[in-house]
Design a protein around this ligand. Sequence first.
Ligand SMILES: C[S@@+](CC[C@H](N)C(=O)[O-])C[C@H]1O[C@@H](n2cnc3c(N)ncnc32)[C@H](O)[C@@H]1O
Length: 732
Amino acid sequence: MTNLFLGYLPQTIQDLSLLLSSQVSRFQYNCIVTDLDLIEGPFTKTKNLEKSESFCNYIIGLTSENSTNNLKTLFSELEFANFLGIHHVILRSPSFCNYDQEFEESYVKPLLGNFDTKEQNQKSNEINVEKKEEEKEEEKEKEKQKEKEQKEFVNYARNIAKMFAKFTALNISLSVPIEDQRSWEFWLMVKSFSDSPLLLRLNLVLSDTLPKRKLTELWKSCKPQYITLAISSFVTNKKGFSILPKQFSSLIDEFIQEGCGIIIECENEVEDYQLQQLKQKQKQKQKQETKQINLNLNKIISQTNSIQNNGEENNNTLNYLNNDEDENYSDQFGNFSESLNKVLYLRHLGNKLPKISKFKKSLQEFSDVLQDPLQPLQNNLSSYIYSVFEKDITKYEVYEKAIYLALIDLSKKRNENKNEQKNENDNENENVKNNDQPINVAIAGAGRGPIVKRAIKASMKSNIQINLYAIEKNPSALMVLRSIIWENNQDVTVIAGDMRNLQIDIKFDLIISELLGSFGDNELSPECLDGVQLACLKPNGIMIPQSYSSYLAPVSSFGTWIALKQYSKSNGKNDDQKMKNCLESSYVVRFGCPLLIGNIKKCFVFNHPQDSSILRNNFQSNNHNQRFLKINWIAKQDSVCHGLAGYFTTQLYRDVQLSIHPESHTQKMASWFPLYFPFSQPIKIKKGQIIEIYIWRIGNKKQGGVWYEWTMTKPLQLHIHNPNGRASKIGL
Ligand SMILES: C[S@@+](CC[C@H](N)C(=O)[O-])C[C@H]1O[C@@H](n2cnc3c(N)ncnc32)[C@H](O)[C@@H]1O
């Protein structure tokens, strides 16, 4: 059974308390969505009113149609919900959201008919002449209508924002039709009018029109709480069961996987109500019936055959209906199982979804959780953090492969040199002796030793002798490292200290490090490796990684934005500057449902070893590690930009790579989530617009560290984020 949240929305409710006691427990709905209409709604019956307290947890209130154009009604209904103790309310979708589509149906299509484009144009030209006057009138009317609706649109958005500010105890979701781009505009407008836009939730309504793919992606990035399946979304298959057309069910699958709850609209609850009446009369029979229903319910839920295929494989469901006892009810109440059928079907869809692997599940827990990037140079990492690193087997396997190839190449080079020298030098014996020396390998930043272990393995595999050194500055990690080396009887020399200023005589053929952050250079790998390269790398020595590149894309991710705002609120605690700083810092985050508005583009590149003369001249100023770049994109679609998503790829050695770039992500590697550079305000973007940003990597030891600054210049000019590293600096 999945954790799918199912809500039930009957069009009419005769007896809410009966419905709750029968439906929720028996048919495994999580709740009933019920009208808050104060005149004809279920709560107008005193019986329901009296019991409201006890069943409020199972109820989501739905505002009435009248409330969409009447502030007073909306207010009264929300106040009533509050009074009853209902915690969740869904605001009904304003009908004008569908205006454009209706207009298309009733005006545009009949005018165009079925002609091909050429004929179509001719024909419409003719019509244009004939109906010019008539159309002018129509145009005027249309304009008027549009203007009226635009006003209503804004007014309703304003009303909602007002109500939202007033009823802070209610969890409010706004309903909007999923297939209409205008409803997205409306949703944004309400959000931007509102005082606490983050708390306003979203209920998408799916009717019989499938949204365009791009719109679906856009909605997913808005983190909807529910999708309501309107009656018109369902079709009846050959066997008479309500199912969703294939594309619809795939769409629902996608949203279920993002944790979205489903609300099913059903015609009425008469059958269930009457079923209960009957049950009272036929107590004995009812017991058996309940038993049978539960039995069949379990069978149906566990079956994995497709209900979809015209009902052909839907034998269990059919059995349920054809069951002797159930036939009585079906005869008496016609399609009494209609709502049950829908819920079983949806449970079935939920169960049919591919099981999420343990690996994916463990990652999902981190969705939209903001973390400050690690600073392994400035801070000493804890044992727990090392243990998390070490769980990522994939990363170390790739490292081992790179080390193996580097050892082979170093050994080959030696042999070539040896042969050359053999030819050149008379005193050949002595040189041969020198060249047979093991290869000097250093792990720079060894931690508790996972790469040390891989270097030993690579040496054994390649049968190439190495002298292995482990450099580490974290005193506690060093203790663990030493005891692991001792326990495993490994031949490793531990060098305690900062790799940037080692006072040792040894020169290395190969220096291996893993000092990479989510943005490649953001844990100061360039600065750390400069020191050890200058002091200890032999000429023509190799460094792993050989290079790393960062990447950026403008991102829309409401979930991440909400998390950021909440973080800034709780961290800032009424201190304005602190709150601002939170919005100007970069974060490691697994974007829950990101929408990349432009293609991912390369940002900064670092190569190792660096040119040693450049390195020597800039060692103090760190100028050679500073970067400044302008990047622009053409927006792929309408959306809201919440900042920049940062990724990296690294070439460890030759073609051995690690990547968190979404298009080339190393499979099953979980060590790094993307880096998020937020913009201090969400920016509405139109499809085709140029998005232009500037980003800097600045700083040196004298300035207390390295930091990034970033800004947007198009379509909106923003301030520089994190000037002088005021919000976040990476300590050197
Ligand atoms: C990201 S961790 C990787 C540790 C280990 N290689 C692993 O994969 O588990 C980086 C390690 O480098 C060490 N480190 C960072 N900067 C250093 C420096 N300047 N000198 C020596 N060690 C450093 C940190 O203490 C940390 O143990």
